[in-house]
Design a protein. Structure first.
Length: 279
């Protein structure tokens, strides 16, 4: 048997994690000088309330090598092998720490997703489905290697204050975007985030324009699945994306997810993304 493990940054819905018995390592979230565990004893609503009340932006802590090693040893005592899929090494040192741990534990294989949120999660899901089907370790690793460069993870931001506080954009850029009602579209390219387009107007309009742009005239997409992920307290923005994807009608499965605390710390509320896979 092969065990699939990952980090809380994959943002897969709980029902999928439970369905495939995927083990999740929570990243640390530091709020008000206290350390919490992503998705265990802190939720995105806690972060939003803290920031809106004037609190400093929360920060994130990678899973350390010792914790990985302890868990890997426990799991390899029960399973033939462990495949651990990390958030991209360009965004966190989790991958580096997991690889250090894997050097000490036989039959542990660490994969750098080169991605984040459900772009990372799509790889985890594919690996879990393959493992359940009895696919070998080598075949799963080749499957993931093939998928990684074909992933398209992108999202649009409603506000830039979280990224500004986190040092990912300047105060001048954030102020200019707010004054002009600009909403950047950020894409994961080469294990990094890049702004590839800017939209103007209300975020509800922006989400519709963004999703249509991602789908327009596309003949190169794998239609087996797509993901919607957001950091919204309600369903308004997700419903816009859902309707457009349903109208498109090409995808066999459209999964929806809420981003966890680690992602929320850097993008804030009312961010929405669509993750696609090229053929």
């Amino acid at each position: 048997m092969i065990k699939i493990t990952t980090d809380s940054t994959c943002d897969l819905p709980a029902q999928l994690l439970e369905r495939y018995q995927i083990t999740v390592f929570p990243l640390g979230i530091v709020k008000g000088g206290k350390l919490y565990r992503d998705g265990v004893d802190i939720r995105t609503a806690d972060i939003a309330a803290h920031v809106e009340a004037g609190g400093e932006l929360t920060t994130t802590n990678a899973v350390n090598a010792a914790d990985y090693e302890e868990a890997f040893r426990t799991l390899t005592a029960r399973y033939d092998a462990v495949i651990h899929i990390n958030i991209g090494s360009g965004f966190s040192c989790c991958c580096q720490n997991a690889r250090l741990a894997a050097e000490e534990v036989p039959e542990v294989y660490v994969v750098d997703s080169g991605n984040l949120t459900v772009g990372h999660g799509m790889l985890v899901l594919a690996a879990a489905e393959a493992a359940e089907a009895g696919t070998s370790v080598g075949e799963i690793l080749r499957l993931l290697e093939d998928m990684i460069p074909r992933l398209e993870t992108s999202f649009v931001l409603d506000r830039l204050d979280y990224m500004k506080k986190g040092g990912r954009c300047s105060a001048v850029t954030a102020l200019g975007a707010n004054l002009l009602k600009l909403h950047p579209c950020v894409e994961v390219i080469g294990n990094k985030m890049s702004v590839t387009r800017k939209y103007r107007g209300a975020i509800s309009k922006v989400v519709g324009d963004y999703v249509r742009d991602r789908l327009r005239d596309r003949k190169d997409l794998d239609t087996h699945m797509a993901f919607i992920v957001d950091t919204c307290p309600g369903d308004e923005l997700a419903s816009i994306a859902r309707e457009i994807l349903e109208e498109d009608g090409h995808f066999e499965r459209v999964y929806e997810a809420k981003a966890g605390c680690t992602i929320f710390c850097h993008c804030g509320p009312n961010t929405l993304g669509v993750v696609l896979l090229r053929k």
